[in-house]
Design a protein around this ligand. Sequence first.
Ligand code: PLP
Length: 398
Amino acid sequence: MNPTLQSWLAEQLQTLKDQHLYKQPRILETPAGGSVVMNGKRVVNMSSNNYLGLANHPKVREAAVRAVEEWGVGAGAVRWIGGTMTVHDQLEQKICELKNVDAALVFTSGFTANSGCIPAVLTSDDVVISDELNHASIIDGVRLSSAEYRKSEGWVYEHKNMNHLEEILKRAARFKKRMIITDGVFSMDGDIAPLPDIVALAEKYDAFVMVDDAHASGVLGKCGAGTTSHFNLYGRVDIQLGTLSKALGVVGGYIAGSKPLKEWLINRGRPYLFSTALPPCTAAALIAAIEIMMTDPEPMRKLWDNAKWWKQELKNSGFDTMGSETPITPVFVGDEAKSQQMEAMLWEEGVYALSITYPTVPRGKARIRTMPSAAHTLGDLEAALAAFKKVGSHLALA
Ligand SMILES: *Cc1c(COP(=O)(O)O)cnc(C)c1O
């Protein structure tokens, strides 16, 4: 062990602890659901992205088990070398049906779909124009590209500020391609990107749009098809990213768009080229999950019923849920230490709801982020609300 590295690590970790930014995962001892056992304790889980309750759905489980029996457990290689199985193709076909697009390419996560796609479609002649609250995987994908993107050079627009976006587009005429990139639903605030305005500006200034629908997949649009469907912008968004890890309850990510886009990513998307394909049982589980989304409206209805109830009750109790318009419901705290204290107090009351702090959100904007889902019963949510009220009044937040 190198003493220089080891002492540096120890110092860094202590700094995180001192700043109330240190993270340590709890151990989940039951399947993902509304009520779970964590670290030996039964709690209501308000921090899972399992929006539709599909992570432990009987039909999805059964599809995975059958695929293990038919295909085994691994794809064996990266897809272009020898790992594309019929289930991978079928999954992409299903995604095309759901999204109403010509082509889709699956990656092993939403994160790698971003880091694969963004650098592949850009060169040093291009510019990326990005919302300041975009997800870390977008930021990393953009950093991997050779395009111009820096905030200090003026290529990042204020959150959802369309005047600012237009001002930047006017300055961007000298570039060969202009890409506007945005979360469809912002992951830590729960608000929705003004996609119709973004698309209209893109069309006016010869730019193209990439939307990251990780938190819109399964939540917004026809059968949960995302923001392009929600706003009826079919054919006007060049690149749609979705995750298969959140509402779909399994793991993976995809890029949906045109056939040439897919062909290009097969040839130039580095995580596709150099990382092993999803296990076949994962692909089979995902096909079953998408089939449920496309045929059974009940999970999405329950998700939204629960989300509306939860948000309204929190507001009625005096909490600040920020600008959220979707099931993602932040409860604003501000101070990092107080937010961490609130998380600990909620835990004592039987509620697992995570404090989200810097670098996930800006300093001084700490919050408890709650995620009501179709997996929650009304009883789960009532118990969680009682805990929030008790802790909130103790901390003078509600
Ligand atoms: C979670 C998330 C991702 C990453 O998706 P994974 O499939 O979990 O890797 C990408 N973008 C956004 C906006 C996200 O919230």
